[in-house]
Write a new protein. Structure first.
Length: 284
């Protein structure tokens, strides 16, 4: 509906021009004919544009209906509404993603899910690309558990390529992660690197994920710095930092793990600030 005022102005402008030339009709009939012919073409073009705008409005309405149905767990109804919206050219990538997710949910048909995720990824849809990478990760993980290492190595490499496209921030070099990168892709990319023994790269991606507000990544960092890993020394202060960060985001396990028996004055300054903030919130 946002385009209707400009259409109305265009129509009035054309009508005013027609009236003006009708006033000249007594002296120049040929000019009248030419102007009415021009006005007819302009009116026809305006009508087509108005229909096109109505079509976009319908597509947006279908999309909103799909979102509401999906949130209410009416998944089949939602997928049909997403489809109607996509058939009008609106949010086609999102339709591919939701259709793939629909097949990935139990009872799962991962082959069909992959088909739809691939379609969305070809449209450079971020969520579809991340979901496709995650699906390759899940398949590779299961192959690794079944001692199919060659297939698992290929799957992890494929997953890594896809996940990097959405995990990386900035949008350069073919990436589609936006300003901060996709936190879910960052999480799984970190898992792939950690699984391969590249702990420092894993920590780098978990840190980016945690900075995007992912509490699971914060707890993973707390665990790695607490226990140490290949190339990662034990750093208890950094481990506590990430545990408290997760607690600050309301992560229950992190809140429960806070040791209040330690005297406040003996704690590092940054740690005291976290705990004082929790007390000010009335948590303790």
């Amino acid at each position: 509906m946002g385009h209707m005022p400009s259409l109305r102005l265009a129509f009035c402008g054309a009508a005013s021009a027609a009236v003006l030339f009708m006033k000249i009709a007594t002296t120049d009939a040929k000019l009248i004919h030419l102007q009415w012919d021009s006005f007819g073409r302009e009116f026809e073009a305006g009508s087509k544009k108005r229909v096109f705008n109505d079509s976009k409005d319908i597509a947006r309405s279908d999309f909103q209906e799909a979102v509401e149905a999906w949130n209410m767990q009416l998944l089949h109804k939602a997928v049909l509404a997403y489809k109607r919206s996509a058939q009008r050219g609106h949010q086609v990538g999102e339709y591919c993603y939701r259709r793939g997710l629909y097949y990935a949910l139990p009872p799962s048909d991962f082959a069909k899910a992959m088909v739809w995720y691939k379609r969305g990824a070809r449209l450079l849809h971020q969520a579809s690309t991340t979901a496709l990478g995650k699906l390759h990760f899940d398949m590779a993980y299961n192959q690794q558990r079944n001692d199919e290492q060659a297939a698992a190595d290929y799957g992890f490499e494929k997953a890594k390529q896809l996940l990097f496209r959405t995990a990386a921030a900035g949008g350069g070099g073919g990436t589609i992660g936006g300003f901060t990168g996709d936190s879910l892709a960052q999480w799984f990319l970190a898992e792939i690197y950690f699984n391969a023994g590249a702990s420092r790269k894993a920590v780098r991606w978990w840190k980016r994920c945690a900075e995007n507000g992912d509490t699971d990544a914060m707890m993973r960092l707390a665990q790695v710095f607490s226990e140490g890993a290949i190339g990662i020394p034990k750093e208890f202060e950094r481990a506590r930092h990430w545990q408290l960060a997760a607690a600050g985001h309301g992560y229950k396990a992190a809140v429960d793990a806070i040791d209040w028996s330690v005297d406040m004055d003996t704690r590092p300054v940054a740690e005291r600030r976290w705990l004082e903030d929790f007390q000010n919130r009335g948590w303790f």
